[in-house]
Ligand binder design. Sequence first.
Ligand code: BGP
Length: 483
Amino acid sequence: MNQEFPENFLWGCATSAFQVEGAYNEDGKGLSLADVRSMSVDPTEEPTKALANVGDEIADSKIASDHYHSWEEDVELMKELGLKSYRFSIAWTRIYPNGDDEQINEKGLAFYDKLIDRLNKYGIEPVVTIYHFDFPCGIQKKYGGWRNKQSIEDFNRYACTLFEHFKGRVRYWLVNNEQNAMIRRDSYLGIEEKDILKRERLRHLCNHNMYVACAKAIASCHQIDPEAKIAPVMAYSPTYPKDSKPENILAAKKSEDLYRNYMIDVHCRGEYPAYYLRWLRDNGWDFPISDEEHEILKAGKPDFYAFNYYRSSCAEYCPEDVSPELVERYRVDAKRRMLPGICRHIDNPNIEPFPMNQWRLDPIGLRVAFRNIYERCHLPLMLCENGLGVPDILTNDFKIHDDYRIDYLKSHIIAMKEAVKDGIPVIGYHVWTFMDVISTSEGFKKRYGLVYVNRDEKGGDLNRYKKDSFNWYREVIKENGRN
Ligand code: BGP
């Protein structure tokens, strides 16, 4: 038998509430920013209509993959797949429709009771994200969301409700998903400020408040359910230098420091590195940090570290004289974003784009990611998302021959195996996604699932069909990663 992965390795799949559940207003659910966020095909054009749309335009999460109604069928498929873990998120607005209601919405909680109990019954470990992009519109409107310290208290109250209610039934919690990606997208933060400097300041303030909220929730979890393990999830892609010119090597290193490394330090050491605070100050983006907040950050350290990986990135030195407008324009574009005088992201000249979606695929980058993160945090690592987003074709006999997805997943699992051989304690791997879900950038135009959901932007019968990758992954799980 294969020696690389431990017997209790969590072979899993992932989804998130607003991308999969649908039933956006059923059983008392309130609206979240993710519900009202417009679909944006061009990631460089930030949708700014999020709040204006509350109540009149609901993005595709109205129906999504209809998992709220089809969860039993979906869990049967998970059982057939042999999943060891299922990573999904709880929608804050199903539990507290406005985010801070006095009463718990019992019907919302009951949905997750059923789901979690069934997963446990089938021996599928629930790995539960508490907050995946879906901040409640109620408290966003009431006090401005993450920019306001009240959000820290409201988030902690919501998280404590979950820790108490699911004590003993959920052993792995994920506090929040991709805070580092979220703070680049104003629609997830409800930021509509026009002035560029003020906007940037607000983003950093929201970022800080989320770190405090994260640490506070971790400490609460440890207190309420000391048996449970908890961690945040970051978006991670190692940044390579364009070439071996010293200025480009430094640029890539600084990019990693300012976009990702500092984050691991805040989570795992409970403090911002000095270079980061100085960078904020030099740009006029700094915020006060109280003694109490320093203590909270120190007190809430994760038990393991979790990240999502899709592909690597590449950077070169960026001259000082770039206009703030251009910087702002490319802020959410992972391939072009820039920090004048520091670094600018570019397509890696050493990796050909994958024809189906133009991604620079890089399985070795996953091994690099495991090594980099582990070197910094010295904690067990869980990969929470890895997958390929492309259009799939449903044949006339209801098959999906997605050998391209199998190739992608296989090469990344091999890279993860090499990371394990490198001595990294890896505890779990999750394919993004179990079934097709709404892509945050392209709706149903691209798909990630092992299970096809028969719908497009206009609708469909929502029937489920197993893709070839489903059958392939079942064998991987059965063989504990031998492929
Ligand atoms: C991650 C998010 C997921 C998911 C994935 C794919 O950043 O955590 O929610 O959406 O990216 O991205 P997209 O849907 O834009 O293709």
